[in-house]
Write a protein that binds this ligand. Sequence first.
Ligand code: FAD
Length: 461
Amino acid sequence: MEPHHAAALQLLIQDPSRVILDPQVVELLSKDFYWYSPVLRNQLEGKVGEIVVQPHSAEEIQKILGYCHANNIPVTARGSGTGNYGQAVPLRGGVVLDLAHMDRLEQIQADGVAVCQPGVRLGVLEGEARKVGWELRCYPSTIIKASVGGFLGGGSGGIGSVAHGALRDFQTVRALEVVTMEPDPRVVFHEGDAVHDILHAWGTNGIISRIWLALTPAVEWSQVIAAFDTYATAFDFAEKIATGAEWSKRLVTVFEWPIPSFFTPVRQYSPAGKSLIYFMIAETQSAALETSAREAGATVPYAGKYTGLVSRPLLSDYTWNHTTLWAMRSDDAYTYLQCGFDPDTVRDQMRQLRATFGNEILFHMEFMKNAAGRVIPGAIPLVYFTTTERLNEMIDFCRGIGVFVANPHVNYVEGGGRYRADNAQLRAKHRYDPEGLLNPGKMVSFHSESAEANTSGAKVK
Ligand code: FAD
């Protein structure tokens, strides 16, 4: 990037300290957790932006995008950089738009809707919400670090999803404002179904600048670990609690042995050889859950009150995609898949996977509610990586037996499993980023259409 662009951007936001050129900082803020995938690790190594700009307001974002549009400079939005498909890694240099400073929680409305800027950390929002009787409906296990805007841009669900579904379900995202990449960038309000134009688009079709997020009444939670002799009995018990409407729960996670052996800080709660279930359950039901688990043949190595994100142990730190992190720390050949099993045939699906792949796949299940309101066995199984071909063989096999796979080893929105079949995100990109300058290369259907249009002389609408 030519040096005069940095000076011009500094002038635009009138604060040189928020326009960063230091190569080390730029490199740091160009990375996320893409190295979770051995495939992406090779593909994205060395991809960096050229300059970081840190806006404070939607007006500043408008100015920055207007300048970048006029000068054909790519812009990649960044929340906290905890995405793990390289969503926030700039493929074509340009500006990294670091939204961490837009961290104002404006209001928690009486109806339980939080209004905030995108850089608010989910952990901060959860803490503030609980002070006034509300809590997040669902959150990723990266809650302490991840931002609300990044969760909308690149996340999907997590703790709480067993009761409230994924982020995109049940109108959890009530509304958002998005800044467009045009000669005169606009701030456009999206409400109701129109939020799906922007959700999980990896910042390719607008910069989210304000969010209305629905919360749920806060519950006093307990954390419980149940240990079973076999994975089959652990799975049966977890399914019973997860699907039983009488249980008020926030987390139901099942790990087959040896996964619990990777959780070094909580090894004292991981009896050797046992499959474990991690629960967050309403405090009023904790004793009943323990009794029920023991009746089903389990021991209960841990049970205690949840005191917020400072709880020790904090069980969510070992669930969802944190499980993969602990496994990688133990042996960096581990990677993962993101799957949805069929609730009616899940046992047969798991049996077929074990018969075909042995211990190359280890079962880590996360129960979650789907959009139809049914609690289903989601999964983030660990995969012992050998080659890309073998990984793809496993993905194809899963799909062949009816297991849904959101492939975390590709770096474009359409491949990751949360892209909408009705092309809502692509249509929004044509409206809001017609030149393809926002996070270029990540929405491949846009770029392939543009290439076709360029060769045929046609204009893409
Ligand atoms: P970033 O990584 O900074 O950004 C994510 C994407 O959103 C990028 O494409 C970025 O360009 C875009 N973006 C950021 N801000 C904006 C904005 N304002 N406007 C438009 N686009 C924007 N995910 C889950 O869903 N559930 C989990 O349980 C979960 N567990 C994880 C555990 C670990 C250990 C790790 C490393 C990741 C996990 N993730 C999980 C992925 C990730 O943490 C979440 O998706 C998180 O919400 C991303 O937030 P972030 O602020 O770090 O976003």
